[in-house]
Structures are given as C-alpha cells and as structure tokens.
Design a protein around this ligand. Sequence first.
Ligand code: V47
Length: 369
Amino acid sequence: MASVLSVDRVTQEAQQHERLTREEALALFEASDVIQLGRLADQVKRTRWGRRAHFVINRQINPTNVCVLSCRFCDFATKRGRANAYEMTLEEVLARCSPELREVHIVGGLHPDWEWDYYLEMFRAIKAACPQIQIKAWTAVEIDYFSKKFRLPIEEVLRQLQAVGLSALPGGGAEVFSERVRKALFPFKIGAPRWLEIHKAAHRLGIPTNATLLYGHMETHEERVDHLLKLRALQDETGGFMSFIPLAYQPGRTQVVARQASAIDDVKTIAISRLVLDNVPHIKAYWVTMGEEIASVALHFGADDLDGTIGEERIMHAADAASPVSLTRDRLVELIRESGCIPVERDALYHTLHVYDDDHAPCESAVSQ
Ligand code: V47
C-alpha cells in the first residue's frame, strides 16, 4: 500500500513539474505498481518525443581486449598471451567500417603498449575511408588512461581526438558511482569524481557524451539513485549528456551474482531514470543487455532509443549475453513498430535522418490506455 501511495505522490509532483527528490526516487524503486510507474514515465517521454523511438545504423569496434585492469565484473578483458587475447591492426579496424554506417562506437581494453599515434591514426583512417561515419569513442576510463600514459592533460587528449574526428564520448566506465562498490569490484578503475570531471571537460569542448549505470550486481537502490542524482547535477551545469543507458549486469563467468536483473527491474530502472533525469533528452533501452523483447517493451516505460544495429557486440557476449550479436535495420524498425512507436533513424548526435512514419501500427501505449 505504501508503495502505491509513493507512486501516486510522485505522479502529483510530476504533474506540478516538481523534480523528484532522492527519497521519492528511492520510493519508486521500492514500489510494486510497475504499470503505474511505467505510465508516468511514458507520459514524460511522450511530452518530449511523442511516439518516436530512435535507432542508429552503427557498429561497435573493440580494437583489443588486452587490458591492464582486471575488474571483477568483466569477462571481456584479458591479458596478452592468453588464448582469447586479440589486438586489431588498422586494417582490421577499417574492415569493420562501411558506407552505410553513421556511427562507430569504439571502446576496448587499456592496452599496455599501444602508442598515442595509433589511436590518432585510427580516427584519421576511419574518417578518410568513410567520412559519413561519426566516431563515438573511448570511455572516460580510457581518456584518463591516455592522459596518464601519454602525459597529456585531459583537455589535450580530448582536443587531439576531436581534431582527428571524435564526435562524442560513450557512457561506459561509470559503472555505479559508489566507493563501496568500486572497492569491491573495480578498485583500480577511476571513481565518480574523475569520471564526472572528464565528461565535464568534454562538454566544455563541445563534445557531447552519454552516461551509463551498471546495475543488477551488488549495488543498492540508494546507490542507483545517488548515481542518477550525480548525473542530473552535472547535466544542470553543462547540458552535455545526450543519452543515459542503464546496463544490466551479465553474470557470465564472473558471477558477482548468479542471476541477471529481472525484466521488472529492467523496466523499472528505465522508468525511474526517465523520471529522475528530467534534463537528459534520451533514455536508451539497450537491447544487447535487455534482450530485444524487453527493450521494445521498455519503449512504453520511458525509453525513446534502442541504440542500433551494433554489428558485432563483444563485451556483453563475452559474459554470455543471450541477445544476438547484431540486428538489421529491418528488425529494429519492426521492433519499434510492434511496440506502437514510430521508428526514427538518427545519427550519433541524434540528428534525425529518416522517419518511418508510413504504415505504422496504432499509436496507443500499452500502459497508458
Ligand atoms: O563500462 C562490462 C559494462 C560498459 C559487463 O554510450 C558490462 O551509447 C554488463 O558503456 N555485464 C561498456 N555490463 C558498454 C557501454 C555502452 C554500451 C552501449 C551504449 C553505450 C553508449 C555505452 O559495459 C562498461 C561496463 O559498465 N560491462 N562487463 C557485464 N558483464
């Protein structure tokens, strides 16, 4: 009963355009009325985006899985010399770029030996071969690593990457902004202050970024809410975040917990993200971690974006994600239409490229009828 009242109270506050407090956001995580929560998040999403749902023709490229770190939750990273270790040449990276792509999403391990020039040359070569591709690359963890390894200030790392074609930073490496969890799962990785400082620097240089939350492992609801509030505060200052992406932890072989977050937890996390992050335009339902079907349902719980075709996903699939490694444009259009939304093909910076507004299914939301 108390949880239903909480959703009711939040509904009233939202109608009066008041911002959710920490306590209210927390009450929503404890709430059992997921349909009412979804309806509220869906209303907020529709105010911004109507029935539109975005996707991009993109490709993920993970140039190496060799990494100096060994985070407890990560099945992707490995050490040089191990059977699964790989390092892509420039030609191998270029072979993954093709004319139909609008975005490449490049992240990888923190390689012990690659030179700074290799990273710059990679972007130059991609832009020369496929000028239409926008490069969304390197998490704040990688930017921090480059800064320390190549003795360059953060701004200089970003400026040099921007000069050779960087369009945006992806949202990875944020994990969950909790010192308790960091010490337990990724003690040698940067924490919240540095991650936020790097995104702030990118925003200052006019480089938009995304943000993620890794959930469904050992974090508490309080820690999830604090994570969202830190992002909301930085977004108030800079306005530089484009998209927020909750990433459900895939247990793989690391088995921090035995079972992946439930479908209910997935859609609640999407909905609460939409409600708390009232200043972040896009909430992404990442089909790779959620699965295609739950991601399309999440379009009724506040999400307005499904990411993209992906091409070849390695990080979550190293942890045995059950989703396919890629989707076609047709499949994304179909998933969005099935959910009653209008597919909108976008670029990496959320400029609209094509609206598939012909022949769409009836528009009413499953949870707002
Ligand atoms: O930072 C690693 C996460 C992230 C696991 O910006 C895992 O558009 C779940 O950030 N289970 C990298 N998650 C991926 C990422 C991302 C993905 C999609 C879109 C965008 C974007 C960014 O993957 C890492 C880490 O938090 N991760 N291992 C795992 N077993």
